[in-house]
Write a protein that binds this ligand. Structure first.
Ligand code: CP3
Length: 370
């Protein structure tokens, strides 16, 4: 069933004032993404549509991963599961960072408990030159169809988030061919054949910009760039080999939708990451949230940053950790509550439901005043 957007009461964020009227999840999320006041702190979880949910495991017992991701009705079903169960304010499209690679001429598969595998990795100038850049509508029509379907089905419950892998993280899979701890071949290519590297990054940047802009046109209301393996780089390498491309991506989305820049293990790169120009910076638990925000500066919002493993602990520990995150955020505009990285598959779903209730229940201005 679809609900008309204007049938439901929506708390209005008044610039400069406290918000006391309740907001819908969608309005709350988008207000925080634009650093406007919210009634309470919005929450979502990375990898929320996944194996911690019994209903997702039941869906996966019937269809393999790529069938779910490439069938708009199934992808929409998986996307909505955590919205219904956890009451999160953001619905992240069920998809994978690898999907656009197929349209570039790079076949891959997802192996259970291994992750993405590419049988013929990209390692030479000729491999890079052979990569194709085609329209996102042609490469990943199912992603865009799923977004169109979801925007109608979500109504005011939650904002719809699109995402893409960042060029560096995609390059890690393209060059290495599979998940790795150190991505040594990728870094060897980067340092040893910079011309090939830059050509690869140019191509990926173009694909990512087209992909994210097409997602926004199809209904994504905010987008996250996943640079999951950025923590492998030190500041000079980040500056020389990655940052210019991230800057180009965020600049290309500035007029389209709010952007979130995700990475993990990047305490050493925080100011540089912020300078890439996203609206929000996603930080993990390795730095307290207030310290991270002080380093990023007041001009950008922040997403995070509860330890993804803390939600495996008994509730009392989770509550203490969540309170600490909220205290450090201090009710400032532009905080979106999340874990520092994705939900681990063994996470008890009930803890996450309770965590969303707790964040919503304790972060409002009334709760802060009391
Ligand atoms: O709920 C959501 O966050 C949306 C769905 C989503 C998936 N992958 C589904 C998925 C998102 C946002 C991703 C992003 C993604 N994919 C990233 C960046 C996020 C991060 O955690 O840093 C990365 C690095 C990948 C690559 C990838 N795909 C990995 C490492 C794996 C997991 C391998 C494993 O089995 O542990 C995948 C497969 C994958 N993507 C699964 C899901 C739910 C599990 C596969 C399954 O259900 O069988």
């Amino acid at each position: 069933m679809t609900t008309s957007l204007d049938q439901q009461p929506v708390g209005q964020a008044i610039d400069g004032g406290e918000v006391t009227a309740p907001m819908t999840g969608r309005v709350r999320f988008l207000a925080a993404a634009r650093r406007q006041p919210t009634d309470v702190t919005p929450v979502w979880f990375m990898r929320q549509a996944g194996r911690c949910l019994p209903e997702y495991r039941a869906l996966r017992a019937k269809y393999d991963f790529l069938t779910v991701a490439k069938t708009p009705e199934l992808a929409a079903e998986a996307t909505l599961m955590p919205v219904t169960r956890f009451g999160v304010d953001g619905a992240v499209l069920f998809a994978d960072i690898m999907l656009p690679l197929e349209g570039m001429g790079v076949p891959f598969r997802i192996e259970p408990n291994v992750g993405p595998v590419i049988d013929h990795p990209i390692r030479t100038a000729a491999d890079v030159a052979a990569l194709r850049v085609i329209a996102a509508e042609e490469a990943t029509p199912y992603v865009l169809d799923a977004l169109r379907l979801l925007r109608r089905e979500l109504g005011e419950r939650a904002a719809l988030l699109g995402f893409s892998g960042a060029p560096f993280t995609l390059a890690c899979y393209l060059v290495e061919g599979r998940s790795s701890r150190e991505y040594p071949q990728t870094k060897a290519l980067m340092y040893g054949a910079p011309d090939v590297w830059h050509q690869l990054m140019e191509t990926l940047t173009e694909v990512v910009i087209r992909y994210l802009r097409a997602q926004v046109a199809a209904g994504a209301e905010a987008v996250q760039l996943f640079d999951s393996w950025l923590g492998l780089l030190g500041p000079p390498a980040y500056e020389a080999y990655v940052l210019p491309y991230s800057r180009r991506i965020f600049a290309a989305l500035r007029d389209a939708a709010p952007t979130i820049h995700f990475s993990t293990g990047t305490v050493a790169l925080l100011e540089q990451i912020a300078s890439a120009g996203s609206d929000l910076v996603s930080v993990d638990w390795r730095l307290p949230l207030d310290e991270a925000w002080a380093r990023i500066g007041p001009g950008q919002g922040i997403q995070g940053n509860l330890d993804s493993s803390l939600v495996l602990a008994p509730w009392e520990a989770v509550e203490t950790g969540a309170k600490d995150v909220l205290r450090r955020a201090g009710g400032r505009r532009g905080h979106i509550f999340n874990l520092g990285h994705g939900i681990l598959p063994q996470t008890p779903a009930d803890t996450l439901t309770r965590l969303v209730e707790f964040v919503h229940g304790t972060s409002g201005s009334a709760a802060r005043a009391g």
